[in-house]
Design a protein around this ligand. Sequence first.
Ligand SMILES: [Zn+2]
Ligand SMILES: [Zn+2]
Length: 287
Amino acid sequence: MARTIIQRVAASACVGFLFSAVSTAVLADHAWATYHWARTSNPFTLKLGNNMTTTSWVEHLNTTVQDWNSGGTPLMTSVVDGTAGKRCKMVAGTTQVCNGKYGNNGWLGLASINITGGTHITQGSAKMNDTYFGTATYNNPNEKLHVVCQEVAHTFGLGHTSEDGSSQNTCMDYFSNTGSNAGSTLSTKPNTHDFYQLNVIYGHLDSTSTVAQIAEEVAAMGHGPSAVGRDISDDPNSWGQLVRQSANGRSSTYERENADGSRNITHVFWTNEAAARCPACDHRHDR
Ligand SMILES: [Zn+2]
Ligand SMILES: [Zn+2]
């Protein structure tokens, strides 16, 4: 399945992007296919809409922004006021970051992006589910930072470094900072390999930009017709088809084709419990 996605993406043109043997090998590593924000100059700043409702989530968001900005990559982020609410309605040119009690739906974290032309990210959202983060198992700073760090970075175009539960000491792995590891700060931040990967992903320039530059532009893009039909709702069926799942069932990727030719890709970070119930099941349906 993963190979099918990469082949499809590879077939689409992207100005200045050279598919060498090296970049293909890196793709197989942990870029999220070739998804990236289009921009005409580097470095660039991606606005993260802050829709967090608690002090601790705001702190974790600010921490991960500092961490991701410290790597010397072309992708910089800045936190701006969010208008997305708990539903985390996407705003074109930005990533909206949200927390809330999204219910006993099995997922801890959810990241969605909209893609045009097979590669270019136009908008993203990252949600953290307090229905689980409010429980003793998940309510600790390390687990929360791990998940927000990962979900936000999916909207940069990064995938996972591993999904088997081992730690590569990056938030892009599936180490669980719970139970006996609740006090561990392993895997709560990006590592040098993540920064290397971002340098590869953003090593070229595009002829157009999908990144909102100024607040007025964010507002115009967010409420203009371009945003319509390119969002996902709170209904898991709006994620589209399950296209990939890790063997342990903790990580799933869904895709949806939209009427305007764009695609939504959703990455789901399932709870330990949802994954363990039936690792091979589509967890939307196995409760
Ligand atoms: Zn590009
Ligand atoms: Zn993930």
